[in-house]
Design a protein around this ligand. Structure first.
Ligand code: MD6
Ligand code: FE
Length: 215
């Protein structure tokens, strides 16, 4: 018998955040085992590191990437690069489970044929945060971004088109997927400091996978 994976999911599991933006509650749970195994493989080849912002600050979030392009930053600014600057090697390939999840989540949210080149992997240790920003280093804003939350819960801030616009506070937990595109593609967003806790599978951290179609 096939267990009904969505049996405990309340009817409102697609929560709209704005035009073109929504949370798919628990959408990544059926992919959990494959995602975590693939994550270990990717991180063994391209370990997490703390980027230095163009302003000279060390980011509290540790990052890595997989796919044909990775998002990197240093004193010169941010860019997509086919190679890991720490090793000089190409980023690890996008695992099949990652690509399948991204395609399926985008599809459910109304964006067909999402084939991201890049998956940015963020690790939030306790207290790590991501300040308000726009995702605007991609060439084509027609494609959405698919963002997968794993491990400890967090509060995702979803603002407007100006940094000073008011923000919605969106709690995200292990398995939630945020899909984000269309008219909302350039809205400011961030993540509040992750509160102390321990997740049964991932321990004292939150992992976020952010898939982007870059060009
Ligand atoms: C995070 N996410 O949730 C950081 N960007 O850890 C992002 O910066 C993000 O979740 C664009 C769209 C969705 C996101
Ligand atoms: Fe972002």
């Amino acid at each position: 018998m096939t267990p009904d994976l969505f049996a405990d999911t309340p009817p409102g599991w697609h929560e709209p955040l704005g035009e073109g933006a929504m949370v798919l509650r628990g959408f990544a749970l059926p992919f959990e085992a494959a995602l975590l195994a693939a994550l270990d493989t990717v991180i063994a080849a391209a370990p997490f590191r703390h980027l230095i912002t163009p302003g000279g600050f060390k980011m509290s979030v540790a990052m890595s990437n997989c796919g044909t392009l990775g998002w990197v930053g240093d004193r010169r600014g941010y860019r997509y690069d086919p190679r890991d600057p720490d090793s000089g090697l190409p980023w690890p390939a996008m695992p099949a489970a990652f690509a399948r999840l991204a395609l399926a989540a985008a599809q459910v949210a109304g964006f067909d044929g999402f084939t991201p080149e890049a998956c940015l992997i963020n690790r939030y240790d306790i207290g790590a945060r991501l300040s308000l920003h726009q995702d605007k280093d991609e060439l084509d804003y027609a494609h959405p971004i698919v963002s997968v939350s794993l491990g400890l819960p967090a509060v995702f801030l979803f603002g407007g088109f100006e940094r000073s616009d008011p923000q919605q506070r969106v709690p995200v937990v292990h398995g939630d997927v945020v899909v984000w595109g269309g008219p909302s593609r350039l809205r400011y967003h961030g993540v509040l400091p992750v509160k102390p806790g321990s997740h049964p599978l991932l321990g004292e951290r939150r992992i976020n996978l952010t898939f982007r179609k870059v060009r």
